[in-house]
Design a protein around this ligand. Sequence first.
Ligand code: ZN
Ligand code: ZN
Ligand code: FE
Length: 761
Amino acid sequence: MDAAAAREGRRIRVRGLVQGVGFRPFVWRLAQELGLSGEVSNDGEGVLIAAWGPGAALNQLAQRLAEEAPLLARVSAVEMAALDGMPASKDFRITASGDGAAAAVIPPDAATCPACLAEVCDPAERRHGYAFANCTHCGPRLTIAEAIPWDRPNTAMKVFPLCPACRAEYDDPADRRFHAQPIACPDCGPRLWFIDKAGEATGDSLQSTVAALRSGRIAAIKGLGGFHLACDAHNAEAIALLRQRKARDAKPFALMSADPASICVVSPEAAALLASPAAPIVLLPRRTDVRLPDTLAPDQDHLGVMLPATPLHHLLLDAFGGPLVMTSGNRSEEPQVIDNDAALTALAGIADVFLLHDRPILNRLDDSVIALDEAQQPIPLRRARGYAPAPIALPIKDCPPTLAMGGELKATFALLRGGEAIVSQHIGDLEQAGALDDYRRMLDLYCELYQFTPAVIAVDRHAGYLSTQLGEALAQETGARLARVAHHHAHFAACLADNGIPDSDDEHLGLLLDGLGLGDDDTLWGGEILVGNYRSARRVGGFPAVPLIGGGAAMREPWRNLLAHLAHAFGADWRTRAASVLQHFPEAGRLHLAERMLASGTNCPPCSSAGRLFDAAAAALGLHSARISHEGQAAMALEALARPYAASEQPYHAGLDAGGMLDWTPLWDALLGDLAAGCEPGRIAARFHLGVAAAVAEAAARIARPGQRVALSGGVMQNRILLAALCEALHRRGLAPLVHRIIPANDGGLSLGQGLIAAFA
Ligand code: ZN
Ligand code: ZN
Ligand code: FE
């Protein structure tokens, strides 16, 4: 048998996140090594290979495609078929992108890879000390994307023509930078500059920035997805100044550190997450033996820490030598600033110095935030840089093109089609004009990038959400079918989808503990037990509705919820039981006014929110009872207070009626008793958390079938003590809790759930 006859042909289809991640040159190198001829190209379905060679080598190719895939690739399938005919030549070639709907899937931005970092640190390399080095395995992606296909002229890099050295790397399939669209070097790429009060300064911009930071000043630093405001994390005066200028009195500041273990307890799982290409902020327990100003994260036992994720940040941290505060560069609650001119005006009153560069940030991407549960598994809190817009697999294969508009706070939208969803990055609170503008812009961009025309548009049932109104208008304009989805059903479905639960007639349980959302009966819900699936859900129990005294004011002033809960539990003579908490109410005039509102029902919508119950408990312990300065502040302080005792305390008891409705009266009774007896606040906080978990698990168990799945979602499920206690209690009762792992339990996850429900409706 001659050599030519032994050569077979194969058509190999690779699916998954395989474009813009160096997949074709990777295939090319494998083919060279294995002595194959043929070609590789991108098309609408992924990567397509036509290869000829000995059967054994072809099998090896298929196997190694999945096993040795590039760092940023995610191979979901490798399909092979026999191929007739002969190759056009005996070479193996990379051919231009073919056609197809989504021929230019844009991968998430990725942290500097080890090879690029080594170059930046090596004085012999031409990119030594260069803040914008990147390659096929790392660097900016969505932040610089303008249009499809994913080619340099369609990115923010179009204003930087390649120098001959970069061009040669770009054109060489054997090079790590083959077709790396954001490729750059000191000769042809973006540059840094430094501005202080005197104007643009000469000299080394990084060194000037470091000198300013060392002297306690605040620097606005243009990064990958937006500006950060930075200061020395050890300098309490600098932190106080930043808080004062930013009008941010207590919200925790994130840190950037090259060595998080020097300030926090870092498990192996946390270390891997920190060092992953997404490089998120990870919430880590503070080390008790390391002194850092408490004002970094008041009332918190954890710090949000990220590693440097761009060459700029590596160089900065290296030169500075310690942890830096790296909080988003904005005025109070506005979105992060992304361009130089806006920074120089909007941040003028906050930053003393500016470290700028000339690579435009086209799309704002906040830092992602992830917590870890007791088993050190990820609990996503904010999904943005490094994760969006990576596709999320759907539990169905034939989803019609569905656009889901999400909620109002922590807004995201989602494009669902076929077997995948693209969930946008966290955009922010749509009440902010800047965030709403961003939401519209991102929606246009994503629809263009994915060539997406919705057949169905899903919105929340709440007509007041700006995302709902936008969705209604869009449905009118395009003729797409509009589907209104109940808020907690969406949370429920989001959690099922996050866990890959298939669509079937099976019914699952959903425990939806949330701030608030509009329920099926048009009242405000937020502590619900639902039974159902993607297609339908019904309420079978939950928290009692308690008046929200003053409506929106009750969201900001925890004492109002304490009053409402005590009055609900004990009636008009609540004061006789509550001597130990009276000090946490405002002066008599305001308290009496609130009581009169309660008595007459004026501006007191009933609301079954779990979040407000936690606010009430926090207020009883004197935690921010008068006012919170950011969402969740009181509840987060309560959680941190409880943490040291959570493993050893016993739960408070709660009541449960035959209709599945919980009664918190016995819990309040015990809590007030403990307070009056002078029990340590941390123990009370722990007993409260465990009590809520035990009561909710008991309510679920009474309804559930053995082994039934229980989806845990809603913003309150970000509370890790509650989540752990609930999971434990459900497991103990033979049930199967499902926890969010990919998208947040908060309203950032709503869009995915809405989309699935609408697609089935
Ligand atoms: Zn790299
Ligand atoms: Zn160059
Ligand atoms: Fe919600």
